[in-house]
Design a protein around this ligand. Structure first.
Ligand SMILES: Cc1cc2nc3c(=O)[nH]c(=O)nc-3n(C[C@H](O)[C@H](O)[C@H](O)COP(=O)(O)OP(=O)(O)OC[C@H]3O[C@@H](n4cnc5c(N)ncnc54)[C@H](O)[C@@H]3O)c2cc1C
Length: 378
């Protein structure tokens, strides 16, 4: 029997498990293949919804489903976070002490915000990367009556569009509350333009100019003076704020770091096969890779589809492998009930089109369609 072990039951892991279950139905029924998933939680969160929680547009409770309810019943699911990876012996040990053997392993444990990387950020900044933080941000925005808002972005971070989306959405939020004349926005970005994707930066800069959002590039937060409400950059500049909104730097998960699978918890991954460097039967997808592409649900989704096809072939005797070509698709909330999107891959950069209301409504619809998407129905 070929044993496929998936560690991580988020976007990438769930799509991979359901994809494999569909492709390997006969082998699963006949006992030639087993698919096992370990995850850290019995619940699955639709993380992009946290952005809307911060603006009071979605209730946090609506972002969750039971993980088992979105998994093919043939997948053996255990809430048992992986603690030890013994890749030389094809074994993973869970927190419960159970050892799970495998023939093929997929690691997709995601990433986490690490505010502590910037002294003072934890105390001073709001963000949207956990349910608790998004709710606090919602309260901070609701009670803010005017002053200087600074948006500070660390790298790497989940979802490349969040810094822009937060800015557009805050602008609308304070416009709706008739407070725009009392609020100023300073958007900062770590590199020499306002977004990592050049065409997205070119599209967004005139939008910011229209809105009167000031931007400062080459700004990497070094520390926050909490008492003075001032954030200092590695480059020697500083910005004063009354409300600090952060897109915090991320790391991979603790278990990946502690097992020394990759610096910062990001595993060295082959960009087309998605194999862990130096391993033939270990694959990595989603935020956990060290690939220099967006840490996004769509990245995990497209990678999972490619990996599903390839792992199903491997488990049933081999054949030609399909390469992952770096495909990513991200919606961008652009304010005024409009949105656009960036679609790109290793060879083709994105070319965002003018935002429309139709795309905004499609993004809102996708917030619900996600649950069909992870089941493999879209
Ligand atoms: C505010 C916000 C907005 C976003 N907006 C977008 C967007 O518009 N578009 C987009 O494409 N993406 C967006 N994203 C990013 C997207 O949610 C992530 O990139 C995506 O979920 C990554 O998928 P993943 O499978 O790699 O990790 P995750 O979905 O994070 O799943 C990781 C899983 O691993 C489990 N796990 C953790 N540690 C262990 C362990 N030791 N053992 C076993 N399991 C473990 C976790 O419980 C979880 O189930 C957004 C994210 C946020 C927070």
């Amino acid at each position: 029997m070929k044993r496929i072990l998936i560690v991580g039951g988020g976007t990438g892991g769930t799509i991979l498990a359901n994809n494999l279950a569909r492709r390997l139905r006969r082998e699963l029924d006949g006992g030639q293949v087993a698919i096992t998933m370990l995850s850290a939680s019995a619940r699955h969160m639709y993380q992009p919804g946290l952005l809307y929680v911060a603006f009071g547009k979605i209730a946090a409770a609506d972002l969750y489903r039971d993980q088992e309810s979105i998994l093919d019943p043939a997948v053996r699911f255990h809430v048992d976070p992986a603690e030890t990876f013994d890749l030389d012996h094809n074994e993973v040990k869970g927190k419960s002490g159970t050892v799970y053997g495998y023939d093929y392993l997929a690691i997709c444990t995601g990433s986490r915000p690490v505010l502590a990387q910037v002294p003072g950020l934890t105390e001073a900044a709001h963000h949207v990367y956990t349910e608790e933080a998004a709710l606090k941000t919602c309260e901070a925005l609701r009670t803010f009556t005017g002053g200087r808002i600074a948006i500070v972005t660390g790298v790497p971070h989940k979802c490349p569009m969040v810094p822009l989306e937060l800015t557009f959405m805050m602008y609308d939020y304070f416009k709706d509350r008739d407070l725009l004349d009392k609020v100023s926005f300073t958007y900062t970005y770590p590199i020499g333009r306002i977004h990592s994707l050049e065409n997205v930066a070119k599209w967004a800069a005139p939008e910011f100019d229209r809105m009167g959002v000031r931007y400062e590039t080459l700004f990497n937060a070094k520390e926050v003076d909490v008492a003075q409400k001032r954030v200092h950059s590695e480059e020697g500049t500083s910005i004063d704020f009354d409300l600090l909104i952060s897109v915090p730097p991320h790391k991979g998960m603790e278990a990946v770091e502690q097992n020394k699978l990759g610096a910062g918890g990001f595993i060295p991954t082959n960009r087309t096969t998605l194999a862990m460097e130096g391993r033939q039967n270990v694959f990595v997808l989603g935020d956990t890779t060290n690939l220099p592409i967006s840490k996004a649900g769509s990245t995990a989704h497209y990678e999972a589809e490619v990996l599903g096809e390839n792992l199903a072939r491997l488990a049933t005797g081999g054949g030609a492998m399909r390469p992952y070509e770096g495909k990513v698709f991200c919606f961008i909330e652009a304010g005024r009930d409009r949105a656009t999107y960036a679609s790109f891959d290793y060879k083709n950069p994105p070319k965002p089109r003018p935002p429309t209301r139709a795309i905004h409504w499609f993004k809102l619809a996708y917030n619900e369609l996600y649950w069909n998407s992870v089941r493999g129905l879209l």
